[in-house]
Write a protein that binds this ligand. Structure first.
Ligand code: AQP
Length: 370
């Protein structure tokens, strides 16, 4: 169904009851506080969130529960949560336009995850590429959370009647699974969830490792030279780009047989706004050295303002703490309403008791949470 929104935008929703004609489209996306945020996270996700936040009703979530799917410690998780909040704010997320909160502050995510597991197939989870990649070689030793991760992700998204999920290419399969889970629930229990669309930009959707252009740039890569961290200083960025692998030959061209150069040219183009063809023309006959050294300066200059704001925010952690606390309140008020509807549809919750109050009476979890 297609509806025109109050601000003139076109809303595409498959659950007409959940998003009305005067509502802006809802955007939800999450990011794990699992280490060093890199240029792939920025170009594939965060920058797109910032660029389009004025157009949508946005919810951005620091998904700490997802980060538990790989080994971590209490101290590093806490530090990473605050560090990530500061990265998001320094990159331009604006709490007056977007709800920014920590997943574990809204317990409805985990409750919905369990309820959705009843309409999720084990085979679907086992086939997820990210599970196979991250579990690779570890056999039976990986955490069950790694397998279950996409169900929690489906809960994160469906809980907020999300229309669009801006993500990098690596998350496309998980969003498709979210739609399958939501559709199965709707078929069994009646129209409850909006089925979201992935919002994947053509450029930057998959920034590749500097060490191996067949693998995506990833926080959990053991080799720090494979990624450009958003916190890398200028000399580190220059060194990493200088030693980044290149393809055979010496022409600066983006083509399928030049995956390393294609990756570097894409970064250059996304950061300075020039089309790849213009950049290719500039380096005809100049070789990889000149191109890499200019690319390093483009990256350094692009990250400098973010790093300067990040330094201020890191020195004032109370700013992010207050924003996250307020974001959790706003997210919770929406999640509570939705969970009340979901429990009622499924027949769990207080509805079985004679004379029990219903969601319309404001009763949730057997207690009032207004
Ligand atoms: N290399 C990438 N290129 C483009 N987009 C990327 N994203 C991640 N890597 C790239 C996008 O960043 C958002 C947040 O990702 P995440 O933290 O939830 O987890 P991830 O996708 O698993 O990212 P990482 O960096 O690989 O983290 P680890 O190693 O901890 O798993 C998502 O929108 C993702 O698409």
């Amino acid at each position: 169904m297609v509806t025109a929104g109050a601000t003139g935008e076109v809303a595409l929703t498959e659950n007409p009851t959940a998003v009305g004609p005067t509502t802006r489209q809802r955007v939800f996306s999450g990011i794990q506080p699992s280490g060093n945020f890199h240029l792939g996270n920025y170009l594939g996700a965060i920058r797109n969130w910032v660029d389009q936040q004025a157009d949508f009703d946005n919810i951005f979530c620091i998904v700490d529960l997802h980060a538990l799917s790989l080994p971590t410690t209490r101290e590093s998780l806490r530090a990473n949560i605050l560090g990530l909040a500061n990265v998001l704010l320094a990159s331009g997320l604006d709490p007056s336009q977007s709800i920014i909160f920590v997943q574990s502050d809204v317990r409805e995510h985990t409750e919905l995850c369990w309820l959705l597991s009843s309409v999720t197939q084990y085979g679907e989870l086992r086939r997820m590429t990210q599970f196979k990649d991250k579990a690779g070689g570890k056999g039976e030793q990986v955490s069950a959370a790694l397998l279950f991760y996409p169900v929690l992700q489906a809960a994160d998204i469906l809980l907020y009647d999300t229309n669009r999920v801006p993500v990098g290419e690596d998350q496309k399969q998980h969003i498709e699974l979210t739609r399958d889970i939501g559709a199965r629930f709707n078929a069994r229990y009646g129209n409850t969830f909006v089925l979201p669309q992935p919002d994947i930009k053509t450029a930057g959707a998959r920034v590749m490792s500097l060490e191996d252009p067949t693998r995506k740039m990833s926080k959990s890569d053991a080799n720090p030279n494979a990624t450009i961290a958003l916190t890398d200083d200028a000399d580190t960025i220059r060194r990493k780009i200088r030693r980044a692998v290149t393809d055979s030959g010496s022409e600066v061209l983006a083509s399928p047989d030049k995956p390393a150069l294609t990756n570097l040219l894409t970064m250059y183009s996304l950061l300075n706004g020039e089309p790849i063809s213009v950049i290719e023309d500039r380096y005809v006959g100049k070789g990889y050295g000149a191109f890499k050294s200019d690319l390093a300066e483009v990256v350094v200059l692009s990250l400098a303002p973010i790093q300067s704001r990040l330094a201020d925010l890191n020195a004032n952690p109370e700013v992010a703490r207050a924003i996250l606390a307020e974001g959790a309140e706003r997210a919770r008020s929406r999640a509570v309403m939705k969970m009340s509807e979901v429990r009622d549809r499924m027949g769990v919750g207080p509805g079985w008791r004679p004379g029990a109050l219903t969601k319309d009476d404001g009763l949730v979890h057997g207690e009032r949470r207004d």
